[in-house]
Design a protein around this ligand. Structure first.
Ligand SMILES: [Zn+2]
Length: 469
């Protein structure tokens, strides 16, 4: 059974009931990373949004077939791989790995497909061939361009009147000559010596960035999809160009039903930039000792269509909020004998669980969902203070927390493994020994094992100290 869900569809400019073609295979495509450096915290806001979309749909009874592309060819990647004297693949591989590690760190669920641009070149060439047949393209100095003037629906998604923008500032940064400033490149002739290129009927070259998303959607789903997501900065021109390509190449097919766009992330009220000194990768925050759970919580606690003002102080608030919920869970768990809290709540917590799901079904309203949780823990805490939470109700609340945690993936809904102090000390001794022997794998494993059961180690001048979380 699926629950009805409403989304704000950027194409329509309003909330509407979501109607997937097949609720047992909702097709979702999300624009992913360009792999030449570590992703920054603004990128992760967008990926957390994709994760919340995914987990919410699953909680509401849908099954998914989801894709995020990996852009492993562009000017920066070409320049840097030439500079480093390595192939494109050698250059991008470590960055792809870093991206996947970062997803794990933030508990972002893996989607079904992560196609790479360089694996989809033939599909891209095929789209250009169709665009040629339908007379949307022209050639200039060996490169192929899309002629926007020929696509009548251009601007429908972004609702921009692009005709007035012809004489304006550049808004597609490709440094190529084109007939009309709005036009964008589909196939780029090589410019640098040793630049990676592919052969095609349009000559040697490589695809323009916009083309890969249209091609991957075609490759993986064959025709139209239910949902396309991306950061708000991709709405124009990137998504507008995707539509022009796909509808131009396959005019009789549907492309995207629902467009969802995630708002910007600001840091301390400003646009994040290296020059302003407010630029953070995820790894920058981890080296400051920040718990990834706080980062995940902060990023998901704002509604995806509002600007998120990120700050270190807000991470501390996030950590406190997590602790408030965790404390209530721990208080209930301590009094319960059973340890399996799987399944959805059916009794005392059912209506609160419904409130939670209804908030998500309302265009993924996570702040509202959090509000319902804090209201509920207030009520539970009063009951616990007065010894009024029955065994049955207690277990039902743990089912509630376990279920909402399949969205959050932040809380611990199980008994702490309470090992005694002697056992902790002995593990610490083993870790010191492993470190002496430069066996960092073992020493890290011991630290992680202790962390999992809520023991934090601190290396101080006077030796290793430990405390409970
Ligand atoms: Zn894209």
């Amino acid at each position: 059974m699926t629950k009805p869900i409403y989304f704000y569809n950027s194409q329509k400019g309003e909330k509407e009931l979501f109607k997937p073609k097949d609720p047992l295979e909702v097709k979702i495509y999300s624009c992913g990373p360009t792999v030449y450096n570590f992703n920054h915290i603004g990128n992760f806001r967008s990926y957390i949004f994709v994760d919340i979309l995914r987990r919410s749909l699953k909680l509401l009874g849908y099954q998914l077939n989801q894709t995020m592309n990996i852009t492993d060819i562009d000017d920066k990647i070409i320049n840097q791989s030439i500079q480093n004297g390595v192939t494109i693949e050698e250059f991008t591989q470590p960055w792809i790995k870093a991206f996947q590690e970062d997803l794990d760190t933030l508990s972002i669920e893996k989607v079904e497909h992560y196609p790479r641009a360089t694996d989809s070149i033939q599909e891209m060439i095929h789209i250009i061939e169709n665009l040629k047949k339908n007379e949307f393209i022209y050639e200039k100095e060996g490169s192929i361009y899309y002629s926007i003037g020929k696509f009548k629906e251009y601007g429908k998604l972004s609702k921009l009147d692009t005709s007035g923008m012809i004489s304006g500032a550049r808004y597609d940064t490709d440094e190529y000559t084109k007939d009309d400033l709005r036009d964008f490149v589909l196939w780029k002739a090589p410019k640098l010596k040793g630049e990676k290129s592919w052969s095609s009927i349009f000559g040697e070259g490589r695809p323009g960035w916009h083309l890969e998303c249209s091609a991957m959607i075609r490759k993986i789903y064959n025709s139209g999809i239910d949902i396309h997501t991306g950061g708000i900065d991709l709405l124009f021109p990137h998504h507008e160009n995707e539509i022009a390509q796909s509808k131009g190449a396959y005019p009789n097919e549907e492309f995207v039903n629902t467009w969802l766009h995630c708002e910007h992330l600001l840091v301390d009220g400003q646009k994040m930039s290296k020059s302003a000194g407010n630029f953070y990768t995820l790894r920058d925050l981890l080296t400051k000792g920040i718990d990834p759970k706080s980062i995940r919580y902060l990023l998901l606690s704002f509604h995806y269509r509002t600007k998120l003002n990120f700050s270190i102080a807000r991470l501390e608030e996030a950590s406190k909020s997590i602790q408030r919920i965790q404390n209530t869970i721990d208080r209930i768990i301590e009094t319960k004998e059973i340890e399996d809290f799987s399944g959805i709540p059916v009794g005392y917590s059912l209506s609160k669980y419904e409130d939670f799901l209804n908030s998500l079904a309302d265009d993924l309203n996570t702040p509202k969902a959090l509000g319902t949780i804090f209201e509920f823990i207030k009520e539970i805490n009063v009951k616990l203070d007065n010894n009024q939470l029955s065994e049955e109700d207690g277990i039902d609340t743990l089912k509630y927390f376990n279920s909402i945690n399949s969205l959050f993936s932040i809380f611990r809904v199980e008994k702490l493994n309470l090992i005694n102090e002697a056992e902790i000390e002995s593990l610490i001794e083993k870790r010191i020994e492993a470190k002496k022997n430069k066996d960092f794998k073992t020493s890290d494993e011991i630290r992680d094992t202790l962390l999992e059961i809520g023991i934090i180690l601190e290396d101080t001048k006077s030796g290793v100290k430990w405390k409970r979380k």
